[in-house]
Design a protein around this ligand. Structure first.
Ligand code: CA
Length: 421
């Protein structure tokens, strides 16, 4: 490289240094001007200026929320890992306790909305572990950040306006309006626009408070399901058996009369042919070698709440378990099943005992736990995929000193949300 060129490079570097703060300043200016525009929009929609100004005062964009929006999870859970933690013995036991504690309220909810109490409580358990994990991010800050970012801006601006309406009406105190990065909040994680449409005041204090009032939250969830087409007295569906080598139709969108499924060889677990007037779809969430389900209209209502097959199946299955049913009859097609939260905590405790720096065991397998798992797997000739399954737990137990197992779960924010509700 010639001296002249090196000189030019040096000048360019000096210029870059001088200019470095400029993008940050430009961003801050753009954010303030976006906030001012949204302030006008809100006031134009009839929200009190004092409410808007109080909510927006001193709010800075939350970079973590933008990272969450862009994040493509590099590690996708298989459906058996997903269900193993969401429908485990702890959640079943906790749910039964809630069913007993809130029995009079749940009875009234069933009467008014026609939705099975076990399903309502299952949503509560899957969404926030019965109110333990509701998210900690300020809704205003998250939604203001997302409303001033191009991606899905219209959607998030609508949610921001709905949040301001909640504050304007005084239904929920500002400090309680916290939730997931995408704005889902409360005991059963409604989006603000869903709160606006469907939340109900069930305890009769004049406020629709799905954060502080369990009756309000559970009734609002039942109301959501009623409006999503819940058919009272009908199950969501049931596990079934399919003939070996089945290659017929499957998937939520292929609905057929029971007689057709029967003709294709689908049988109930007790061996009888599926019957009834309702049309059903056959779900094979892990392919024809795994558990099979015939699902009815109420499954679609569950699916509407959060459009993911593994999610809907978790709620449906937890509801059945709360009612007293056992695990699925057909095992998942894997030789390395998933872990309950208690087992995940044990994995973490054993990794910590081996010197891994993963923080307090909380049963949530995050990136640091996965890195420690990967290291252990590589060092021990296991399949190196960073996954916490039964094979890993067995290997850790075989090597490490015994732990007392089972410390209480830590509160931890779920990054989920962003569904349509
Ligand atoms: Ca209330």
């Amino acid at each position: 490289m010639s001296l002249a060129k090196r000189g030019a490079a040096g000048i360019a570097a000096a210029l870059l240094l001088a200019l470095a703060p400029a993008p940050a300043i430009a961003q801050a200016v753009a954010f303030r001007s976006c906030v001012a525009e949204l302030r006008s929009t809100a006031i134009g929609k009839g929200i009190a200026a004092a409410t808007v100004d109080g909510a927006f005062a001193g709010v800075e964009p939350d970079e973590e929320v933008l990272r969450a929006l862009e994040d493509q999870p590099e590690f996708r859970l298989s459906i058996w890992d997903y269900l193993a933690a969401l429908v485990d013995e702890e959640r079943v036991a906790d749910g039964r306790e809630r069913l007993a504690k809130w029995a009079p309220v749940l009875e009234e909810i069933e009467r008014r909305y026609g939705v099975d109490r076990h399903v309502v409580v299952a949503f509560w358990g899957v969404e926030t572990d019965y109110g333990r994990v509701m998210g900690r991010r300020s809704l205003v800050r998250s939604l203001l950040t997302l409303s001033c970012n191009p991606r899905r801006q219209g959607f998030f601006r609508g949610e921001l306006m709905a949040t301001l309406r909640i504050l304007d009406g005084g239904d929920i105190p500002a400090e309680a309006l916290v939730g997931s990065w995408a704005g889902a909040f409360g005991q059963t994680q409604f989006m603000p626009s869903t709160w606006q449409r469907l939340a109900v005041d069930f305890d009769g204090d004049g406020r629709r408070d799905i954060v502080g009032s369990v009756p309000d939250a559970l009734a609002s969830t039942a109301h959501y399901l009623q409006r999503a087409g819940w058919i009272s007295g009908q199950p969501w569906g049931a596990e079934v058996r399919i003939p070996p080598g089945y290659s017929g139709p499957a998937g939520r969108s292929t609905r057929m009369p029971m007689a057709k499924w029967s003709a294709l060889g689908v049988r109930m677990l007790d061996g009888t042919a599926p019957s009834g007037e309702a049309s059903a779809a056959l779900l094979l969430p892990a392919g024809p070698r795994g558990p099979a389900f015939l699902v009815l209209r109420n499954y679609s209502a569950i699916f509407a709440y959060n459009a993911a097959e593994s999610y809907a199946l978790s709620v449906a299955h937890l509801a059945d378990r709360l009612r007293g049913a056992g695990p699925f009859s057909t095992p998942w097609p894997t030789d390395d099943p998933g872990l309950s939260r208690a087992e995940r905590r044990e994995v973490q405790e054993r990794l910590v005992a081996r010197g891994a720096d993963i923080g307090a065991p909380d049963g949530i397998i995050g990136s640091r736990t996965r890195a420690a798992i990967l290291e252990f797997q590589k060092a021990n000739g296991l399949r190196a995929d960073g996954r916490a399954g039964q094979a890993l737990l067995k290997a850790l137990r075989a090597q490490g000193p015994a732990t007392d197992g089972g410390s209480p779960p830590e509160k931890n924010e779920r990054a989920g949300g962003g569904g349509s509700r």
